[in-house]
Structures are given as C-alpha cells and as structure tokens.
Ligand binder design. Structure first.
Ligand code: GS8
Length: 219
C-alpha cells in the first residue's frame, strides 16, 4: 500500500511537535502543512470536525486526531523501526500513565505562568515547577523516561522544552535551578535528530508568545 502522509500542524504547537518527532523517529516521509489556527482550512475542518484542532495526521486520506493518539498510531503502523511504546503490557501502562500526567498537568499551569499576573501567575509558576519535579523524580537516573531508549513519554514531554525559554523570560523563572536533571534529559533528547528537527528555535517561540500576548491584549 502506498503511504500518503499529510500532517496538518501549526509550528509552535507542542502537540504538533510530538507528531513530527514520532514521524522523524520512524523515518516516515510526510507533507507538512502549516495551518492558520485563526483561519482554519476547509481540509482541517473536514478532517477534524469534532475538535477542529491541529495536529491531524492524514494517512491515505484517513484522518487521525489528538496528538497522543496519533503518536500511538504511528508507533503501531511503522512498528519496524524505533518502537516508542514498550512491548511489555505493564511497562506500556506505565508509559501511558506518565504521558497522561504530562497531558493533564502541564498545559494549564504553563499558560497561567505566562498569561496571568500577580497571585495567579505565581500559582501557575509554582504548579508548573511542582509537576516538573514529579516528572524529574520519575525520570530518576535513567537516560530516558522508559529506560535506555527514547520513547513515548519523552516524545510527549520534550516539546515543552522549546517553550521553556519563553516561559522563563515571561514568567521570570529558571527551570534549570529547580530541575537540573530534567534539563540534562532535555539536552540529551535534543541530540536526537528527530527532536532537533521537530522543535523550533526557543527564541522564535518567544517571539511568537510576545505576538500572542499582544493579540490577546496581555501586557
Ligand atoms: C490539543 C490540540 C490543540 O490544542 C492534542 O492534539 O493533543 N489535545 C489536543 N491544538 C491547538 C493548537 S496548539 O495550542 C488548536 O488547534 N487550536 C485551535 C482552536 O482551539 O480553535
């Protein structure tokens, strides 16, 4: 079967980055289409009529939505190279648990850390660091979350690293001071071609965030 793979994405999106990393890990060639999330294409609305959000992977004309579901799909379809989820059912469950933790915990407090002020901002920053600390403890002394090889939890979390500089600058915090081991892990991940290719430059993300703040009327 010929594989036609199209990714509807938006370059600063941590969710889109997960899918890019997974495709690069598997060596899948794909057509990248950057969406304007304020003026969505007909194709995006047709392919993700429920949430109307990127990322959407269109594989041989069939859409798959939601970044974590897409990453699992990619891992199952291109199973011959660089497995992302472990084969042992218990280890798989653990990987899914931690990816779910990242998914549920980080986004909202990160947003509070850059988009709000005063007490709310301080609470967002505190929460963000608390969650990173839980993750750092889970990583322990392992090179990657799943052990010796780069996997599902790494793919889920590493996109946030490209936002750290913007969050640190706008939120006046320093992740390296509270979570040095997590930064070591992030730098290790960045050495992988798949990650380096998928993550935008941190200064570019900061520029995007400044524009977004202007658009949202946040000083
Ligand atoms: C989140 C995707 C998302 O928020 C996933 O794929 O994991 N749970 C989903 N996408 C945003 C862009 S990134 O902030 C999006 O498409 N927003 C458009 C909108 O909300 O209308």
């Amino acid at each position: 079967m010929a594989n036609e793979v199209i990714l509807l994405d938006f370059w600063p999106s941590p969710f889109g980055m997960r899918v890019r990393i997974a495709l690069h890990e598997k060596g899948v060639e794909f057509e990248y289409r950057d969406e304007n999330v304020r003026n969505k294409s007909e194709l995006l609305l047709k392919m993700n009529p429920v949430h109307k959000k990127i990322p959407v992977l269109i594989h041989n004309n069939k859409p798959v939505c939601e970044s974590l579901i897409i990453v699992q799909y990619i891992d199952e379809v291109w199973s011959n190279k660089n497995p992302l989820l472990p084969s042992d059912p218990y280890q798989r469950a653990q990987a899914r648990f931690w990816a779910d933790y990242v998914e549920k915990k980080l986004y909202d407090c990160a947003r509070k850390a850059w988009a709000s002020k005063d007490e709310e901002q301080e609470a967002g920053k505190k929460e963000f660091i608390e969650h990173l600390t839980v993750l750092e403890k889970q990583l322990g002394d392992k090179p990657y979350f799943g052990g010796d090889s780069f996997g599902y939890v790494d793919v889920t979390l590493i996109p946030y690293y490209s936002w750290f500089y913007a969050l640190e600058t706008e939120g006046n915090l320093k992740v390296e001071e509270s979570n040095p081991k997590l930064i070591e892990w992030a730098k290790r991940c960045m050495q992988r071609e798949s990650v380096a290719k998928a993550l935008p430059d941190e200064k570019k993300i900061h520029g995007f965030l400044l524009e977004l703040k202007k658009t949202l009327g946040i000083e």
